[in-house]
Design a protein around this ligand. Structure first.
Ligand SMILES: [Zn+2]
Length: 341
């Protein structure tokens, strides 16, 4: 098996030291490159950006007069799938319910509600069963979509949680994308995995083998391996790798249960760090995933803590896939600006 080379470099900088009256003082930061994608990361010296306390979420998360995901409104405020996707209309597993998304951001997109009975679930309420059951229901929908539309070969299951993550609804939910285009970061992972396997072996097998029991190793749930990535793309980033599953549709109920257990534990750690918001992406490998030695990957990152009157315009699309999700076309932007020229 081809060995992964982890490339990193210390960068020496001089900064005025506030504590020393502005005296120029040497400091070091670490630059790293992701061995698969080439994406760089900078790991700074000194913890300056972490929240000292947990935010008060009561006002933000109070149950409003109307929320489409609440049990008493769900049947009238959401719509059933066509019978060829779900004979029963809505897909249910445990407490979770999956319904069609009313905003199209992929050929097929669904919303999964972890628990319609509870308007807000704090991090500790996202238990292994709550998360695992929601993932199981989303995978059931993914399989149904693939049967109905075999061209929708790029699948992912994702989440924005609270407004700093780009979520427009507070009620905790997941979202999926299934279409023939895939997402930028998803295609990049698939292409680079294919290029790696051309030179021998699966990148993901090599990654799990090399990282097991090392300083970035987190642990295992079922056949799912959990680790912190060498060159993260976000704060507190943790990955899960599912050996044996190349696509979302190949995840077994054991896998979604194992992913739910691990994700629940990661989110519990976020809670102990005073964090409140996160994105995750569960990424299928596309039409050639198996020949590319691709394994389903889950990436989870924390986001800024909530502040009043603010919703981030960076969702899991931008944050974890490097792909813009916008609702005003470049032509409309040009037209609006042009009138002032
Ligand atoms: Zn609600």
């Amino acid at each position: 098996m081809r060995a992964i080379e982890f490339e990193e470099r210390d960068l020496e900088a001089m900064v005025p030291d506030l504590a020393a009256g502005g005296a120029w003082t040497p400091t070091v930061l670490r630059w790293r490159r992701d061995p698969l994608t080439g994406a760089g990361a900078r790991i700074l010296t000194g913890v300056k950006l972490q929240p000292p306390t947990r935010p008060e979420l009561g006002e933000l998360t109070a149950k409003p007069a109307f929320c489409p995901f609440d049990a008493e409104h769900l049947e009238t405020a959401t719509f059933p799938f066509p019978p060829e996707v779900a004979a029963e209309g809505r897909i249910r597993f445990g407490r979770a319910v999956v319904v069609p998304n009313v905003m199209a951001y992929a050929t097929h997109s669904a919303v999964g509600i972890y628990d319609p009975e509870r308007h807000f679930l704090d991090l500790e309420d996202l238990t292994p069963a709550v998360v695992g059951d929601a993932l199981t229901a989303m995978v059931a929908h993914a399989r149904a979509v693939r049967r109905v539309d075999p061209a929708a070969v790029w699948s992912s299951v994702n989440a924005n949680y609270l407004p700093p993550s780009g979520a427009s609804l507070v009620h905790p939910h997941l979202q999926s994308s299934h279409d023939s285009c895939g997402l930028t970061g998803q295609r990049l992972l698939a292409e680079r995995s294919g290029a790696w396997s051309d030179e021998g072996g699966s990148y993901w097998d090599a990654l799990v083998e090399q990282e097991t029991d090392g300083p970035r190793w987190v642990g295992a749930t079922g056949r799912v391996a959990w680790l912190a990535p060498f060159a993260p793309s976000g704060f507190h980033e943790v990955w899960a790798v599912v050996p044996g599953a190349a696509d979302i549709t190949e995840l077994t109920e054991e896998d979604t249960g194992a992913l739910g257990r691990g994700l629940s534990q990661v989110l519990a750690a976020y809670g102990t760090w005073n964090l409140a918001s996160f994105n995750f992406a569960l990424i299928g490998g596309g039409p050639q995933a198996r020949e590319h030695g691709y394994h389903v990957v889950l990436k989870v990152v924390s986001r800024s803590n909530p502040q009043p009157f603010y919703r981030s315009d960076s969702t899991y699309f931008e944050r974890l896939y490097g792909e813009a999700l916008i609702d005003l076309s470049p032509e409309e932007v040009a037209s609006g600006v042009r009138s002032l020229f």
